[in-house]
Design a binder for this molecule. Structure first.
Ligand code: A2P
Length: 251
């Protein structure tokens, strides 16, 4: 059973992690504690989420209580080459990079650290097959953000498709006696893609980790891949005029 993804550095990353973007202060600490108690060992964070101190406090509490050891944890922030030099971080990756941009980095003369990971939006409406297979062919692991379609994204429009409500996903879920969320998460695990469902709710945090006791058939996977419609919940329109805007490329 796949429970981790290899990074090119020799380190490995637990395949299911807790997403913390939009987990508010006052909530995220208990979400982190619930996740650790449910077995998560991978927490995805970033300075811009404005909650890293509370994430850290939650982790510290779990370590102090002897639930988890520091060396068992895989913590993602959004970090940099000098931190690898200092030994403060073990691997660095990129996010929202398209194939051409990754290629440009890999071809950079004097490249110090190959990106270990590309974190991208990915779910059945945006299956990213080409980009994932390109990254994997270069030994770059992929993490899927927005695996449940981020229904709480503030700019969601009522007419946009909903993964969690999709009857075709629900049908696959009921066939396996699982929830839609569990199918949406398991879809990545079977593609050897790490996945970071966000939840602040201890029940759902637990549910989202119970994805290692069933298997989607090859037919299920094919069906789910056929739902692709290149739909992005994160269009990042505010950056669309930037010369390096990554999301116009086909992959
Ligand atoms: P909540 O934090 O209240 O659980 P994504 O990971 O795609 O960004 O989606 C996160 C959103 O999905 C949040 O609104 C979260 O709400 C909700 N969510 C997380 N887990 C589940 C689940 N198992 N079932 C239904 N909704 C979920």
């Amino acid at each position: 059973m796949t429970t981790s993804v290899s990074l090119g550095t020799g380190a490995s990353m637990p395949i299911v992690g807790l997403g913390t973007w939009r987990a508010s202060e006052g909530q995220v600490g208990q979400a982190v504690r619930a996740a650790i108690l449910s077995g998560y060992r991978h927490i995805d964070g970033a300075f811009v989420y404005q909650n890293e101190a509370e994430v850290g406090a939650g982790l510290k509490a779990m370590m102090q209580q002897g639930v988890v050891k520091r060396e068992e944890l895989f913590i993602v922030s959004k970090a940099m080459e000098e931190l690898v030099d200092c030994g403060l971080v073990k691997a660095i990756g990129v996010s929202n990079f398209n194939q051409q941009q990754i290629e440009a980095i890999l071809n950079k003369p004097g490249l110090k650290y190959k990106p270990a990971n590309n974190q991208i939006e990915c779910h059945p409406y945006l299956t990213q097959e080409k980009l994932i297979s390109y990254c994997h062919s270069k030994g770059i692991s992929v993490t899927a953000y927005s695996p449940l379609g981020s229904p709480d994204r503030p700019w969601a429009k009522p007419d946009e498709p909903s993964l969690l409500e999709d009857p075709k996903i629900k049908a696959i879920a009921s066939k396996h006696s699982k929830t839609s969320a569990q199918v949406l998460i398991r879809f990545h695990v079977q593609r050897n893609v790490a996945v970071i469902p966000k939840s602040s709710n201890p029940q759902r945090i637990k549910e989202n980790f119970q994805v290692f006791d069933f298997e989607l058939s090859a037919e299920d996977m094919k069906t789910i891949l056929s739902f692709n419609r290149n739909f992005r919940g994160f269009k990042m329109e505010w950056a669309s005029q930037h010369k390096d805007f990554p999301l116009n490329a086909e992959c």
